[in-house]
Design a protein around this ligand. Structure first.
Ligand code: G3P
Ligand code: CA
Length: 383
């Protein structure tokens, strides 16, 4: 069967489901240096549902958004992220490498891009769009400190309980946590039961393979995020998770045909470097969030003026938010200190408003049989 026919057949076979979302992987990182304001701004312009932050603590325990444990690949410096203070990391250029690696996409404004503290990512994009949502991955738990620092930060900022997880709605929270490390998710559940947790699969092991096969794992995991290659090998996983009440997302899909295949399989969200392609694919299926639900503005000031460079420690300064009671949050105050360390406290002030799951050459032999069974099970689930 021609490969391009598969998504169309699946679209006919599978019943409607909840809105499918676009998650901008390190921002719109196909077109701009990953985890910079440039990449996040572009993701908003491309009308994303969620921004990702790969979270690592600096030497002075400020959470920053960066994928690697070192700054070697994505800056003009060298060394472990946790060997630098935030002030030291701000000296490095996190944009020029992109221009050198991608001459056809190079832009002068990428030169000198600075590292983004998680708190600045939150404040910048919530000010632009109070409905924006954030997919945070604990990359290095730092002996459990990363989860504690994140919870302290979210508590200080009023973002610790913004959704309706108690009723099983993982898509209602401004913040969700993802990790390859189940222990990180378990710690987070103990510290902050209101934050939805998602487990990332790459290659399942003897502990996690049963979760994939049965569609169920520990109570502290709310949703599952297999890479797309794994889902092609075992597409029944989508139905298995859905049957047990768990959302399924997948990573990292950058090709339109592959996006269509994953959407047809019934995933609830896709991580992508190419937010524009995914937005188009979701819109074409007519099964995404509405523009009103996403809330992204038609235009906004780029580079986060007033926010970029504001954070000096894990006490901010930063914004305080509060849930609106519907979707999203609203600005309540600005709090925090411009000096000092620690991981809690702060006073409120006045209101101042490659191997990424690629599909390889052909379709796995069990795929078609699996998809047929998936359709049957999905029908049972929706009944
Ligand atoms: O978080 C989804 C995906 O980003 C996991 O892989 O290595 O890109 O963080 P990685
Ligand atoms: Ca990630």
């Amino acid at each position: 069967m021609p490969r391009y026919l598969l998504p169309a057949l699946l679209a006919l076979a599978l019943p409607a489901q909840a809105a499918q979302i676009a998650i901008s992987h390190r921002g719109a990182s196909a077109y701009a240096p990953e985890h910079t304001f440039n990449a996040y701004d572009l993701a908003i312009e491309q009308d994303t549902d969620m921004l990702e932050c790969d979270l690592i603590l600096t030497k002075d325990e400020v959470p920053v958004c960066i994928h690697d444990e070192t700054i070697d690949r994505t800056s003009d410096g060298s060394g472990r992220v946790d060997s630098f203070t935030l002030a030291e990391l701000r000296q490095f250029d996190f944009g020029s490498w992109f221009n050198e690696a991608n001459p056809t996409l190079a832009k002068p404004e990428y030169v000198g891009a600075r590292i983004v503290p998680f708190e600045e990512q939150l404040d910048c994009y919530l000010r632009i769009n109070p409905k924006m949502r954030f997919h945070v991955e604990t990359k290095d738990s730092a002996g459990g400190r990363a989860e504690q620092v994140m919870v302290d930060l979210l508590t200080r900022k009023g973002l610790i309980a913004t959704g309706d997880l108690a009723n099983g709605n993982v898509q209602s929270s401004t913040i969700v946590l993802q990790s390859f490390n189940a222990g990180s998710l378990e710690r987070m559940r103990g510290l902050a039961p209101s934050i939805p947790t998602g487990f990332l699969f790459s290659v399942p092991d003897q502990t996690t393979l049963p979760w994939l096969l049965t569609g169920s794992g520990p109570d502290y995991i709310d949703f599952y995020i297999p890479n797309s290659a794994l889902l092609l090998l075992y597409p029944l996983a989508v139905t298995a998770f859905h049957t047990n009440g768990h959302d399924v997302q997948t990573w990292t899909v950058n090709d339109s045909a592959q996006m269509n295949l994953m959407l047809a399989l019934g995933v609830d969200g896709i991580f992508t470097n190419n937010t524009d392609l995914l937005r188009a694919a979701i819109d074409a299926r007519g099964n995404g969030t509405t523009p009103e639900e996403r809330g992204n503005p038609a235009s906004f000031e780029h580079g986060c003026p007033g926010i970029a460079g504001r954070v000096t420690s894990n006490l901010g300064p930063g914004d305080v938010w509060e849930p609106t009671g519907t979707r999203g949050v609203q600005l309540k105050a600005v709090s925090g200190s411009s000096s000092g360390g620690g991981s809690s406290g702060g006073s409120s002030g006045g209101v101042t408003p490659g191997s990424e799951g690629s599909f390889g050459g052909g379709l796995p032999p069990l795929l078609l049989a699996g998809l047929a069974l998936a359709a049957i099970w999905r029908g049972r689930r929706r009944a």
